[in-house]
Write a protein that binds this ligand. Structure first.
Ligand SMILES: [Zn+2]
Ligand SMILES: [Zn+2]
Length: 104
């Protein structure tokens, strides 16, 4: 089960796409500033095209973009590799996104 989750460790990346940077620097699971008063406004999605974190209400404006669901797993923001693979031509990326389950 644990193996399907990964924290993205960008330090080891030789080639770092902008969205990977965003994934590791953007804040997730905080309230969306555009939808402050909406329910379920936690930003739990990363838009790979805008390199930003968005909430479910923002999705409509990013519909045509590549969106990656971010999950919370033991205080870490993680993504499922399967999700990532769907979005990205992944053979190279898998090397880049060194996956480790909840250390730090
Ligand atoms: Zn977008
Ligand atoms: Zn929003």
């Amino acid at each position: 089960m644990q193996r399907s989750f990964g924290v993205l460790q960008h330090q080891q990346a030789m080639w770092k796409p902008a969205w990977l940077e965003a994934l590791s620097t953007e804040k997730f699971f905080v309230a969306c500033s555009f939808h402050e008063h909406a329910k379920k406004n936690e930003k739990n999605i990363c838009c790979l095209d805008c390199c930003t974190s968005i909430c479910p209400h923002c999705v409509s404006t990013h519909r045509v973009h590549r969106l990656l669901q971010v999950r919370r797993y033991v205080y870490h923001d993680v993504v499922r590799l399967e999700d990532l693979e769907k979005l990205i031509d992944c053979s190279g990326v898998q090397v880049i996104c060194i996956v480790y389950t909840v250390c730090v």
